[in-house]
Design a protein around this ligand. Structure first.
Ligand SMILES: Cc1cc2nc3c(=O)[nH]c(=O)nc-3n(C[C@H](O)[C@H](O)[C@H](O)COP(=O)(O)OP(=O)(O)OC[C@H]3O[C@@H](n4cnc5c(N)ncnc54)[C@H](O)[C@@H]3O)c2cc1C
Length: 436
């Protein structure tokens, strides 16, 4: 919808037609865990714009409950099915944007399709989960996967008074964090009352009367009234693949920096498209709203005949478990070593405000640099209120190609209610610099 809006604003003569198979346009999937938790009660608050407002404000024809079932890149048509009537027809296009997003991975285990098993992607899937929590009053939830979705869902379930167990096949939560930082998150989760079973993969869901009743791993059987899968997202690109639109290694549509696919007249944006990583200098698939929104504006500008490019990502993400803020950008130590970098690393502990100032919270910052050049490669932050968004300093530094020394020299803001005199990201960079 960002692309559609941008294209129409740039060129009022364009006919813009959008097909969306769910009942909603322009919603914030990011808010779903907070809707389930009860912090945001009305799901309409998470919908930025409805199809009606797109029509009135922009003259965009957005049709919900319409699925594109195939793409013909030679005749330049899509085949569309309308759910209400079951009718299918073809619709011509001059320029086509594939923005089909990503879908949740559901492991191929017995019982995964039973009632009471959820996997979250669209607003509708969040509404269904919230309704299940409200109406069925589950006592025990098992969350499969301890990534961003698993973590946010764990907070939501605990908030709703539900006995919460998280099963994760890796030996730690949040695979993208280095082990020491992940350990801090695990401690907070256990303290909040969640049970963690790490290093255990789910082997099946036990079902009774069509409904999930337990989750089985190699080591145990966990009773469950509700199961939520949060084991990752996969780009939804089956219709692109079937149309011979080239995909990359991770199954996302190959695009250039203007978000053109390899097929003339076909563009791709958001979770279903690739992005260039400015740190690793490789193409990857990032399933984040911040990237998707930028992609949309770039694709919309280009489709309308303008010129825009998306330079790339550095791998920035943030989340929270209760009061603990968790953020990362660029490469962690393990990821950097796996790519063959010799690294200079420091993890420091400090406070979010000057330590004597009321409300100062603990913060741990890890900074990773390239040993031979001092180039900043990434950072990770875990800490109390005010900790997480400090990652943006490191993200901005990565975009600028800064060194650890550059970060130490940056003129960052200071007063006791906001930070120590040396911001924790600078303290960590200064310590890491000793290894360069
Ligand atoms: C629980 C959860 C929490 C998240 N939290 C964050 C966060 O805190 N921060 C962050 O940056 N990102 C977050 N994300 C990721 C973010 O929601 C996505 O990156 C973003 O929505 C991607 O936008 P998109 O337009 O590419 O895809 P989507 O928002 O998935 O939109 C794609 C749309 O295409 C529709 N569609 C698919 N195939 C077809 C078809 N064949 N025909 C018609 N319609 C079709 C789908 O129904 C869907 O509505 C979260 C995601 C989830 C699930």
């Amino acid at each position: 919808m960002s692309a559609a809006g941008k294209a129409r604003r740039m060129n009022r003569d364009l006919d813009v037609l959008v097909f969306e198979r769910s009942p909603h346009t322009s919603y914030s999937a990011c808010g779903i865990p907070y809707h389930v938790a009860g912090y945001v009660d009305d799901p309409r608050d998470m919908q930025v714009r409805t199809p009606e407002s797109f029509r009135e404000r922009y003259g965009i024809d957005a049709r919900v409950a319409h699925e594109v079932v195939s793409i013909d890149v030679h005749d330049r048509r899509v085949s569309v099915k309308r759910f209400e009537s079951g009718k299918t027809w073809t619709e011509p296009w001059d320029q086509l944007l594939v923005a089909t997003g990503a879908g949740p991975v559901v492991p191929d285990v017995p019982g995964a399709d039973a009632a009471g098993v959820h996997a979250i992607s669209t607003l509708q899937s969040g509404i269904v989960l919230r309704r299940a929590v409200d109406e069925e009053r589950p006592r025990r939830a098992v969350l499969v996967g301890a990534g961003y979705v698993g973590l946010e869902m764990a907070e939501a379930m605990l908030e709703r008074g539900i006995d919460t167990t998280v099963v994760e096949m890796n030996d730690q939560v949040m695979a993208t964090l280095d082990a020491g930082m992940a350990g801090r998150v695990e401690e907070a989760m256990r303290e909040a009352g969640a049970t963690l079973h790490l290093g255990e993969a789910v082997e099946g869901i036990e079902v009774e009367g069509g409904k999930a009743r337990a989750v089985r791993t190699a080591d145990r059987t966990l009773d469950a009234d509700l199961v939520v899968f949060g084991v990752g997202m996969r780009p939804r690109t089956a219709i692109a693949r079937d149309a011979d639109i080239p995909l990359g290694d991770r199954g996302a549509v190959r695009v250039d920096e203007r978000l053109r696919s390899r097929v003339d007249g076909v563009w791709a944006a958001g979770d279903c498209a690739e992005s260039y990583n400015l740190v690793t200098r490789r193409y990857e698939n990032v399933a984040l709203a911040t990237v998707a929104n930028k992609h949309g504006v770039v694709a919309g500008t280009n489709i309308a005949g303008g010129y825009a490019r998306f330079p790339g990502v550095v791998g920035t993400a943030i989340t929270r478990f209760r009061d603990l803020e968790i953020a990362r950008t660029g490469l962690g130590e393990a990821a950097a070593r796996a790519l063959g970098y010799e690294v200079a690393v420091a993890t420091i502990e400090s406070t979010t405000r000057l330590d004597y100032y009321p409300g100062a919270e603990a913060i741990a910052v890890e900074v990773v640099g390239e040993r031979s050049t001092g180039r900043l490669l990434g950072g990770q932050i875990v800490g109390g209120a005010g900790a997480g968004k400090r990652i943006d300093v490191l993200a901005a530094a990565l975009h600028a190609g800064a060194t650890l020394a550059d970060v130490v020299d940056m003129d960052l803001a200071y007063a006791p209610p906001f930070s120590p005199v040396w911001d924790p990201v600078q303290i960590a960079s200064r310590v890491a610099l000793k290894d360069v």
